[in-house]
Design a protein. Structure first.
Length: 724
């Protein structure tokens, strides 16, 4: 080939990559739009767009002038060009999905509005859950996801992280446990606080300059050796910002409260001390929030009393006790311990409705006929004397055997609860019976076995009476002034139709039909499904997915109703020892019973938002502690093939729930060598490029554990043959 021919061949090859004028104009405009507020020369635009061939380079300037004529671009006197398109600016929270990108969830999200995709390079060092201000780029084409870049971190959600120290001769890093923290934290040798290689620590971020790849931090607490039970639990507590001890001031305030109930304490209260009363709680419980009383009335009906610990009698506004209770907002139940909302002197002693002791309570009583119909109710402060403390198992045994303390009262109350429960489901309540896993631990915290908690009639009876009290209190306040009075409600919105459709398609793979065409039939069809799957291998997976397809219940001053319970109005009144919103309800309820006017709503709404956030944080911490024990349990488990169900499908792997242990692990896509699999997001499945094999949500599979990582709380799996 001659030199002239070779040059022509090169030109043709380059020409094949050339853009036409319209494509070039779009590329130039996208670049300028995405760098709103910045000005670029022609040379800078060519360099940033990576244009190499001479013809396309020569086309950039004419394209820019056409864009100026169209009003899309402007030029300054220095011959620099910029976009005239004004982008959207929003505030939102970061959902840092993986090291490559994050989504920004708009703070004021309109219905149907999608989250904003932000590439890691445009995050401006924002981290998961940070509140940020984002510039949203103009959409490139119809149907394409909106993208943007972070301009400012409005509020850093967390500056403390838990992780494992890695020390090299010149410097050290902390590798964070938190899955959504995708950066190791640089530590100067002088800021290690004596931590040694591979120890778990708490680290505080101190600096993160824009030009630095990693943040800098200093160790504030050394937890101990990674893998040790106490260290790992403390790691979870630190990760979720849970306190290690109760502050001194509220503890001292609690100690100063008088043990004995005075005459002035009893004044104005209804006296239930001569009426048969008992508590029913888990065998290991120490804080008894609620008690049930029972008596036959002269008219043949019965009076059922639901008596709740009067916590706000002891915890007064503007005290350190109140301040700490609000800050914590909830007790947290990890696998091996409780982190209480209130000091032990209150939670286990003064407020706890212990047997054979007079106790101050807030009560709701119901006059019921034998069908469980309510003829009248009463709400007010009271005093009780519990005759008996039952564990759930003990009370259930008395019903089953028809013998033992108060077996007749328990049986009658259980029958009433069943009738009330049945009526609730007929009105559209959804019967979610989620599988709860509990661990049997030795004295060192090592998991010896898994226990799946069984919900019996006695659990459902107590739940039913608590629901009744919560609902009655909410309806009482709402009806008093047609919902205009400020109150703390527990609200649960209707489910998202798109999520329900995905769930229905998943359930169909197991042979279950879920009709969601009519909103009024959703609860009925879900209840039918829950009955069908009870005791089947797919029960836990389907229940969890059904719950995920629902909206999350939150606290709010807006009386929007509770979809899952099919209640027009609902509140939380029955657990003030462990939930701050119940304390708010008690205060507002007494305020209205005393004839008070409605207080300012915004103040109480702020408290509702805080309580909802703390509740979610507590639930995440509880799940993390269970996951840690599940990972440890599978680390110690027998090396064998396990039956499982595919519980999740993503572009990077397949989640499998092991049927025997209820533990979830992942088969990573990168480890699957038999084919290249493509992710079909719409149908939640993977399809092999060559063999066309489909791996779908709900498939029954056999897996083997290949690796467990306690730091990350992950279980790596591989597919195995059935005869392994």
């Amino acid at each position: 080939m001659s030199k002239k021919s070779r040059n022509k061949h090169r030109e043709n090859k380059k020409g094949s990559k050339r853009m036409n004028a319209a494509q070039l104009a779009q590329k130039v405009l996208n670049f300028l739009d995405n760098h709103y507020g910045k000005e670029f020369s022609v040379k800078q635009i060519i360099k940033n767009l990576g244009i190499r061939d001479a013809v396309t380079k020569g086309g950039v300037e004419p394209v820019l002038y056409k864009l100026i004529d169209a009003g899309s671009v402007s030029k300054n006197p220095r011959n620099q060009f910029s976009s005239t398109t004004t982008p959207d600016f929003i505030e939102g929270k970061v959902d840092y999905v993986n090291p490559r990108f994050a989504f920004i969830v708009p703070d004021k999200k309109e219905e149907g509005e999608e989250d904003i995709l932000v590439k890691a390079a445009n995050l401006k060092n924002a981290l998961d859950d940070d509140l940020v201000r984002v510039m949203v780029f103009p959409q490139k084409g119809k149907g394409e996801r909106r993208e943007g870049k972070v301009l400012e971190i409005v509020h850093r959600h967390r500056s403390e992280f838990v992780g494992r120290v890695e020390i090299s001769p010149r410097f050290a890093f902390v590798v964070p446990d938190f899955k959504k923290m995708h950066h190791d934290i640089f530590i100067k040798k002088g800021d290690l606080l004596g931590a040694e290689h591979n120890q778990k620590v708490v680290v505080q971020l101190t600096e993160w300059r824009d030009e630095d790849k990693n943040p800098t931090g200093k160790v504030t607490r050394v937890l101990g050796e990674a893998g040790d039970h106490e260290v790992e639990i403390h790691s979870i507590m630190a990760e979720f910002g849970l306190p290690f001890e109760y502050p001194k001031e509220p503890e001292e305030e609690a100690e100063l409260i008088a043990d004995k109930i005075s005459k002035s304490d009893i004044k104005g209260r209804k006296d239930f001390r001569d009426i048969t009363t008992f508590t029913i709680d888990p065998a290991d419980a120490k804080d008894f929030d609620d008690a049930i009383s029972y008596q036959k009335l002269p008219n043949g009906r019965i009076e059922l009393g639901v008596h709740i610990a009067d916590v706000t009698h002891y915890v007064k506004p503007k005290t350190q006790l109140e301040k700490e209770a609000y800050h914590r907002a909830t007790s947290v139940y990890l696998v091996d311990r409780t982190i209480p909302m209130l000091p032990e002197r209150l939670s286990n002693n003064l407020c706890s409705l212990r047997p054979n002791e007079d106790k101050l309570t807030f009560s709701v009583t119901f006059e019921l006929d034998e069908e469980g119909n309510i003829h009248k109710h009463w709400i007010g402060r009271s005093i009780i004397h519990s005759d008996r403390r039952f564990a759930y198992e003990e009370a259930q045994e008395n019903i089953d055997k028809q013998s033992g303390d108060y077996y007749q009262e328990l049986t009658l109350l259980n029958d009433l609860a069943k009738k009330i429960r049945k009526r609730r489901f007929l009105h559209g309540a959804i019967n979610f019976e989620t599988v709860e896993v509990k661990f049997k631990l030795d004295e060192k915290g090592t998991p010896l076995g898994l226990i799946v908690k069984e919900r019996k009639d006695i659990h459902k009876m107590i739940e039913e009476f608590m629901l009744l009290a919560n609902r009655t209190v909410a309806e009482f306040v709402f009806n008093k002034n047609k919902g205009k009075d400020t109150f703390v409600y527990r609200v649960h919105n209707h489910p998202d139709l798109e999520k329900l459709t995905t769930f229905a398609n998943f359930a169909k793979k197991f042979g279950h039909q879920v009709k969601i065409s009519e909103e009024t039939q959703v609860s009925h069809t879900l209840n039918k499904l829950m009955e069908e799957i009870e005791g089947k291998p797919e029960q836990n997976v389907l229940e969890q997915l059904a719950i995920r397809s629902m909206a999350k219940a939150i606290y709010s001053t807006e009386p929007k109703g509770h979809f899952g319970l099919a209640f027009a109005h609902y509140s939380h009144f029955t657990s003030p020892i462990r939930r701050y919103p119940d304390m708010m309800v008690h205060r507002l309820l007494q305020h209205y019973l005393d004839g008070g006017k409605s207080p300012e709503q915004e103040h109480w709404e702020d408290k509702c938002v805080h309580s909802s956030e703390r509740e979610k944080n507590a639930a995440d911490a509880e799940r993390a502690s269970i996951k840690y024990k599940q990972v440890e349990y599978m680390t110690l488990a027998e090396d064998k093939a396990y039956k499982g169900l595919i519980s999740g499908v993503t572009e990077w792997g397949i989640f499998v729930e092991i049927t025997e242990t209820k533990c979830e692990g992942m088969v990573r896509l990168q480890d699957m060598k038999d084919d290249y699999y493509e992710f079909d997001e719409k149908n939640m499945r993977l399809i092999g490029a060559k063999n066309k094999k489909m791996i779908t949500l709900g498939d029954k599979v056999t897996v083997r554990v290949v690796n467990t990582d306690i730091d990350r709380r992950t279980i790596d799996l591989e597919f195995a043959d059935d005869n392994d």
